[in-house]
Write a protein that binds this ligand. Structure first.
Ligand code: AMP
Length: 278
């Protein structure tokens, strides 16, 4: 039986006697197979699983993007039930940001490029809410999707720097059959945009294959991604990146692990994806 709790106090009380280890899966709801894969992993590794459903206003730049974000709590809770999740924390905003709340957790360099540059304040919002969740839940493990690769790096940095006892575990990106990474935002795509959206993955695959055939120029891989994306009329490129997988600085020459990533707009909907080259 999944128990839904709303307040900080209820969550604390619910977890007080819960079997350890505890696994935490933070989400913004509108749950899909990507989220399910995180729950399944937590279920396998932890004695108690906690899913949080909270559309975090502080990580949205534009109010319109926050308002438009898809929500369906009843369906989300049913999905958590079907994954045998023990607790769902679905709080109102003032249980997360309690009256007088006045703290920002701001991660440095790794939060600056890519999504950090495209969405000012985004990672402050993410790091702050995840710090609250880590504090409240006190989980041994927290599961995040590699789909948001920079987010994983930002949260790892924060947890290390602040000596938070929760281990951050990255899980593989779940995709549709045509390669499109699952995302709550996909629901906003028109039929035509949905048909065009797998171009993100095609661009990453094309660049990976250039790298596998020995290409070591970062610019050549970025150019390859831009070339593939240009084939889709509906795709408006926000950025393409071939960056050092540890620092996220753009690479001229690839020597070690690198992260290929991109952000592309289809009308008002912005999609991201990435591929790690070990
Ligand atoms: P969100 O609800 O979009 O904030 O995502 C909650 C968690 O699910 C984050 O850790 C995401 O990285 C992860 N996630 C979202 N989409 C996917 C996906 N397609 N595959 C794996 N994990 C995902």
């Amino acid at each position: 039986m999944t128990r839904v709790v709303r307040t900080r106090a209820e969550l604390r009380e619910a977890l007080a006697g819960a079997p350890r280890p505890v696994g935490l899966v933070p989400t913004m709801g509108w749950l899909h197979e990507g989220h399910r894969s995180l729950m399944k992993r937590a279920r396998r590794e932890d004695a108690t699983t906690v899913v949080t459903i909270f559309v975090n206003p502080r990580q949205f730049g534009e109010v319109a993007d926050f308002t438009r974000y898809p929500r369906n709590e009843a369906r989300d809770i049913a999905i958590c039930e079907s994954e045998s999740v023990d607790f769902v924390w679905a709080p109102p905003v003032d249980e997360v940001y309690v009256p007088g709340f006045d703290t920002v957790v701001s991660v440095g360099r790794v939060a600056m490029p890519l999504e950090g540059a495209a969405r000012p304040g985004h990672f402050d919002g993410v790091a702050t809410v995840v710090a609250i969740l880590f504090g409240l839940v006190g989980a041994e493990h927290a599961y995040f999707g590699q789909k948001d690769a920079q987010q994983v790096m930002v949260i790892r940095r924060m947890a290390l720097d602040l000596a938070l006892p929760t281990e951050v575990i990255a899980c593989p990106t779940v995709r549709e059959a045509d390669g499109l990474a699952l995302s709550s935002r996909n629901v906003h795509l028109s039929a035509e945009e949905r048909a065009a959206a797998p171009v993100l993955h095609r661009a990453l695959v094309a660049a990976r294959s250039r790298s596998e055939s020995g290409e070591r120029s970062g610019e050549a891989l970025r150019t390859e991604m831009r070339r593939v994306l240009a084939e889709e009329r509906l795709a408006n490129v926000d950025y393409v990146s071939c960056a050092d997988a540890l620092t996220l600085s753009e690479l001229d020459h690839i020597v070690g692990p690198c992260l290929l990533s991109l952000a592309v707009r289809f009308g008002p909907t912005r999609l991201i994806d990435n591929e790690l080259l070990e």
